[in-house]
Design a protein around this ligand. Sequence first.
Ligand SMILES: Nc1ncnc2c1ncn2[C@@H]1O[C@H](COP(=O)(O)OP(=O)(O)OP(=O)(O)O)[C@@H](O)[C@H]1O
Length: 601
Amino acid sequence: MKDLIYFIRKMHGMAGFKLYLNMCMILVISILDGIGIYLIVPLLGVIGVFQTDLSGVPLVSTLMDLADSWSLQLNLPVVLAIYVVIVGGQALLQRSQTLLNAKILQRFIRKLRMETYQGLLHAKWEFFLRHRKSDFNHVMTNELGRVNQGTFLFFQMISSLLFTIIQIGLALWLAPLLTLIVLVSGGVLALFGRKFIRSSKRIGEQTTELSKYYFAGISEHFSGIKDIKSNRLEPSHMDWFDRLSRKMERNFIQFNKVNSLSQLIYRLSSVILVAGFVYLALEVLRTPAEQLLMIVLIFSRLWPRFISIQTSTEQLASNFPAFRAIRELQAEYEADRELAGTAGVPDGERLHLQQGITCSDVDYRYDASSPTYALRGINLHIPARRMTAIVGKSGAGKSTLIDLLMGLIQPESGQVLADGVSIQDERQLLSLRGSIGYVAQDPFLFNESIRDNLKLAAPETSDDELWEALRFSASDEFVRRLPQGLDTVIGDRGVRLSGGERQRIVLARAILKRPSILVLDEATSALDSENERQIQEALEQLKGSMTIIVIAHRLSTIRHADQVIVMEQGRIIQQGGYQQLSQDQKGTFRQLLSYQTGAQM
Ligand SMILES: Nc1ncnc2c1ncn2[C@@H]1O[C@H](COP(=O)(O)OP(=O)(O)OP(=O)(O)O)[C@@H](O)[C@H]1O
């Protein structure tokens, strides 16, 4: 419940007076609705369905007195005209209120969506290391949808409540005793209904878990579809999917069972109540027929609202876990918000590295409770406008070191300085990031044209500049050969390109940003020797103007590096020039080199 209150407060903050306007409109519609029904009785009297004295009926008699004082004859045309005006007015108002409701709701959902997306984008990298990506997809699509539905139900419930209160007021005016009897019965039923609301909430929690699991599985399976197909893993995946689908089916049916049972109980009790009520009114209380007719009319409208309030509450309760999921995610990314005080740092601010990046006594662990360090006692200086290569066996800590240098992760102890200023300083970190061009091990491309993918880094770039960057990354020839050249759409994550082609396009994109620091994490691993040689030559030309940091398994790539850092089990075990290290007979670098030259023979 407190999750719902949190969101309602948020909505109140966003919609303000419109929310109250909406409530007022619901109130007026409810009153008009009640009056509309009331008029049926005098209408019936006027057209002679029953000949009766209407002066005993409250409200109607007031209306008749009013008509008398205005010398208005309550004949058929007049009653019909009043009826049309009231019901027509109510319909018009209803439309405006529905629109206003939709606008408030959609604005709220858009803001919530934006807020969540922005919060996720600005969370620390470590936050992403702790979560499954599919959980974000789940919250951004499924859970936001449920919050949308839940908020709609909440509005509906408020409107039903207001409507019910008005109708109860009218009924109390008409026949206080009978109304009280019905209210007490309704109250007893509502107490009973709490059990259904609790069950709905529990089922809703299962729905969240199941759909989270579903999202995670589906996105993993489709990401690994090549492995599935090549290894004929379809049956085991079908089996998983079948089991999960059955659980989801059961979950849905269970909710329907609870929901329909509560409706059944409400319907049955309403029939019993109406029968007892009519008996009591006619046989015991001797209520006049026309008064009874009006009360029955009102309750025939009122009782379905009771049911609707109960049903909406159950559905709302089943959506509570979605409200909680979003609230918890928001609290988590707020706690992990990166660059909290970014205000005042312009987007394009860059660091023109003059001296270099230095690590002093840095330790880092992915898991603070584990004794294993991914980086231990790191002391190193990466000089500006030089090429530094980081090598070592798989798992040595190379990518972790790069993440640390880019400020994606923070040292547990020690510090990282860019030109002598700690990158824990937010301004320094932002400017450092603004000046980095990064090419990952598994480069990422969007399912757009090559031109759009390249322009992501620098939207104002001309075609000539694009071709120049493509030449630099030795990709101009293959792009020219593509059917639509720069406008070729390259498929989901770039699947229509080979691994080497993807790497070269991402390299061109990194260069277009004109970074002052170029970071290549195994960025040329998929290239053939000819393309790799071309890129090496291009990097060689950049050396004097750009700081280059390269991770490479293939040691031929780093022949021209000014400094080589050799890592093992999170520590730097050797550091020096390429030639110097390759001559150290006992050193690990020499060993790595001889494995590779041996392997090539
Ligand atoms: N997200 C993570 N959570 C926990 N441990 C991690 C995570 N990423 C890496 N590690 C661990 O940190 C250590 C260093 O990993 P890292 O990816 O930096 O190695 P690497 O030298 O880049 O390896 P490779 O050459 O295979 O990419 C490894 O023992 C790895 O298991």
